[in-house]
Design a protein around this ligand. Structure first.
Ligand SMILES: Cc1cc2nc3c(=O)[nH]c(=O)nc-3n(C[C@H](O)[C@H](O)[C@H](O)COP(=O)(O)OP(=O)(O)OC[C@H]3O[C@@H](n4cnc5c(N)ncnc54)[C@H](O)[C@@H]3O)c2cc1C
Length: 166
């Protein structure tokens, strides 16, 4: 498998001090606010935070971003609590997939999501492939319009995860 070097948009390099050498916008990883320019925020693939470049990350960051823009405009302190939460079905081929859930501090762990009664983590199955396909409708019609979906939240759930002792 070959992964080419990732980079941000070309305009970032043309705006002095906006981003890093790869063109990602330099923001605080918890508040998503630019390190030097308080009026600039970045999320998703544009941000230089050490989270996955993934749809779930952009979605979770979006919630914090909307919250923090409101706080900036009303002069309140920013919410610096984004934990780097990422949650993905990963297609593994032959109509199978697995589910991973992690954040800045916690690697993808085995167990269940979002609680001990939930979906198995790090276990390849046909059910997860179907789960990925079935998730499309609730994503488009529930999460994107801003409705809550039980178990899918910004903060990474701890319950159900099995920590591995070295
Ligand atoms: C092939 C592929 C498969 C993927 N599979 C998965 C997956 O299974 N699960 C997962 O979680 N993630 C997946 N990802 C990653 C995911 O798509 C991205 O992380 C996510 O879309 C990032 O969202 P974003 O809003 O930051 O950027 P984008 O989705 O890229 O949105 C940026 C938008 O800005 C627009 N734009 C750019 N420049 C300008 C401009 N100058 N003016 C106005 N608009 C502009 C672009 O047209 C685009 O619509 C995949 C990515 C790829 C490429």
């Amino acid at each position: 498998m070959v992964v080419p070097l990732h980079g941000g948009a070309a305009y970032v390099g043309r705006s002095e001090g906006l981003g890093d050498e790869l063109g990602f916008i330099s923001v605080d990883q918890h508040s998503l606010q630019h390190s030097d320019r308080p009026e600039v925020f970045a999320i998703g693939d544009a941000a230089d935070v050490p989270a996955s470049k993934a749809g779930s990350v952009a979605h979770f960051e979006g919630e914090k971003l909307a919250h923090n823009i409101g706080r900036l405009l009303t002069g309140e302190p920013l919410d610096a609590s984004y934990d780097g939460h990422a949650n993905c079905f990963v297609e593994t081929g032959f109509h199978k997939a697995l589910l991973i859930d992690f954040n800045y501090d916690t690697e993808p762990l085995p167990g269940h999501f979002p609680t001990a009664m939930g979906l198995p983590l790090l276990k390849e199955s046909h059910a997860h492939h179907l789960g990925k396909q079935a998730f499309e409708w609730p994503y488009l019609h529930s999460l994107l319009p801003g409705r809550e979906l039980p178990g899918v939240g910004v903060e990474m759930p701890e319950r159900g995860k099995r920590h591995i002792r070295a």
